[in-house]
Write a protein that binds this ligand. Structure first.
Ligand SMILES: [Zn+2]
Ligand SMILES: [Zn+2]
Length: 199
């Protein structure tokens, strides 16, 4: 807390210590958050006045909380993508981003390493083991067999034709069946770890 007060009074000497402490405790209620905020401000006190969109989120929250108390030099950090002083809840490396710019950098889709090529790309779909696949490596299997195998283990007593028909009727698309297969595998047999197709 002392380090935070010191950094803020360095920029805003007239701001009462009690106010700084109160706002800091409000925006960073957890010990860990306070410590990270203190560390960031000790290393780089200019985060408070430069408007640079960097450092932990709590720098922005602290400034936002202090502004109504008549600050003069504090500057809200700007999004490293669009420059707006909006809520910067995302990060891209050291840079802080607004949710709009975060979506833009990831193309709106999560990026994960493809189970076939291992490249961190936009997730096109998941295979029946629940692993992400890129657009170049869609899974060949249609998911029906995987569900049948799970049903068989569960001893449902259904014959294969009836089960297949039921599966295809309730899950008409292959991607739905693959998803169901990976979910069933996790819920029905938690002891089984999905096999990594790379191995
Ligand atoms: Zn932005
Ligand atoms: Zn791939």
């Amino acid at each position: 807390m002392e380090a935070i007060v010191e950094a803020v009074t360095g920029a805003e000497p007239e701001l009462p210590v009690a106010i700084i402490e109160q706002v800091a405790a409000q925006v960073a209620p957890a010990r860990m958050q306070l410590r990270r905020l203190a560390q960031a401000l000790t290393t780089d006190p200019e985060l408070l006045t430069s408007g640079r969109g960097e450092g932990p989120r709590h720098v922005e929250l602290l400034i936002r909380g202090l502004l109504p108390h008549g600050t003069r030099r504090l500057v809200l950090p700007r999004c490293a993508g669009c420059g707006r002083t909006t809520s910067l809840e995302h990060r891209d490396g050291a840079r802080r981003l607004c949710s709009h710019c975060k979506r833009k950098t990831t193309g709106g889709e999560p990026r994960e390493p493809c189970a076939v090529c291992g490249k961190s790309l936009k997730v096109f779909c998941h295979d029946q083991d629940g692993f992400p696949r890129c657009q170049k490596h869609p899974p060949a299997e249609d998911g029906t067999d995987a569900i049948l195998r799970i049903l068989k283990q569960l001893d449902t007593g259904l014959d294969e034709r009836t089960a297949t028909a039921a599966i295809k009727k309730s899950l008409p698309h292959a991607h739905q069946r693959r998803k169901a297969a990976s979910q069933l595998r996790h819920t029905c047999s938690p002891a089984r770890v999905p096999k990594d197709p790379r191995q």
